[in-house]
Ligand binder design. Sequence first.
Ligand code: UD1
Ligand code: CA
Length: 455
Amino acid sequence: MSPLHVVILAAGQGSRMKSALPKVLHSVAGRPMLHHVIATARQLGAEKIHTVIGHGGDKVRETTTDSLVNWVVQEEQLGTGHAVAQALPCLPDDARVLVLYGDVPLTRADTLKAMVESLDDKTLGLLTVTLDNPQGYGRIVRDANGKVTSIVEQKDADADQLSIREVNTGILAITAKHLKSWLPALSNSNAQGEYYLTDIIAMAVEHNLKISVSQPDNPFEVQGVNNRLQLAELERWVQRREAERLMTEGATLADPARIDVRGELVIGNDILIDVNVVFEGKVSLGNNVSVGPGCVIRDAAIADGVQISAHSVIDGAVIGANAQIGPFARIRPGTELAANTKVGNFVETKKALVGEGSKINHLSYVGDASLGRNVNVGAGTITCNYDGVNKFKTEIGDEVFVGSNTSLVAPVHIGAGATIGAGSTVTRNVDDNELAVARGPQRNIKGWKRPQKSD
Ligand code: UD1
Ligand code: CA
């Protein structure tokens, strides 16, 4: 088959977004809209993805280093036909070309597959959709036999044409050969004074091409974003679709309308997810994982049987089987909790390796630290890892018991089986099985009188 080249139109300003950020960089499901479109092009097997940029082009470029993307600059926005024409020199003569829009993020590759695969010199593939309210869109004009003859833009349409509900999504497929002969012939004598890509439909009909029409399963797939209301509508739709996928794959969701997945979430069976949970980046959940309300989980691998209680934040961590986390725990990047560990309320961990069966149940900070197996860290324990300039490590052996309200001043090593008395400030290493107590001895003063108030 001839190579597939995708042209993505992304040069428009998007003034109705009222934003300093170029429209195509606004996010849906945690990713810029343009990145969704690039991903779709990749899924279709594009050889090259020519992205036409203009307004805010430099900012758009900075967001991806995708090797398939070729940036094409459209200096002036003279219309969709003019935009595609800017990419013509980059298109091989034998290519099939698919035109997508940077602000139409959610078209599924499956919807476009047949259109690009069946494309040849004798066909033009067109994606249309039938809307209750076709206002603003180009109308699909068909003859008495139902054959497509042209597309008429809203502003150029007569009353009859305005009543047509089948509209142009903007997405079409055509061979490079035809584009190269027809685009230079476009005229801008129309209501908007623009070079319309849609005018090539009538040209194709004139040259006896077959207009092969397909439609998406759901109109949201071809919904463009012009303002933040439409952005929010698409976000809710894609989140609903994601929630349905999760339920199909074995998750019970307390409320499918109150979960947000901004990235890739892979799950096992028998997952329980309570309300208002946000997943970001790449997250995997094993079997029998439960996530309490209000949790945020980002870039984490979570093994079977883990229980994450309310309002915990997990970021950049690996969590072993049957670990129990939270409520109100903050697990920061570089944390690896082994199986059967417990990290309780108001505990913060960072770059902490916690061995099997170890517990940090309350009110602690454990950073730049390694803990062996079955360590018990008492409430209010702090690893003092930072002297204001450098960071240092705390190493704690197997079976260590750290009493409450202990400061472990790093670098420091606590040997296996050691015990630290509550309230200690530990500045020197402790050997295996030793008891370390580092606090002022208690003095009880008999007959002591409280100061009296003087007049
Ligand atoms: C276009 C179609 C219309 C269709 C509608 C679907 C034409 C003439 N009309 O209309 O039939 O129903 O999309 O949403 O094609 N762009 C550029 N450079 C330009 C002009 C536009 O890159 O010079 C980009 C825009 O950034 C946008 C896309 O092309 O992503 C569509 O442009 P827009 O002006 O929104 O086209 P419509 O008038 O909505
Ligand atoms: Ca538009």
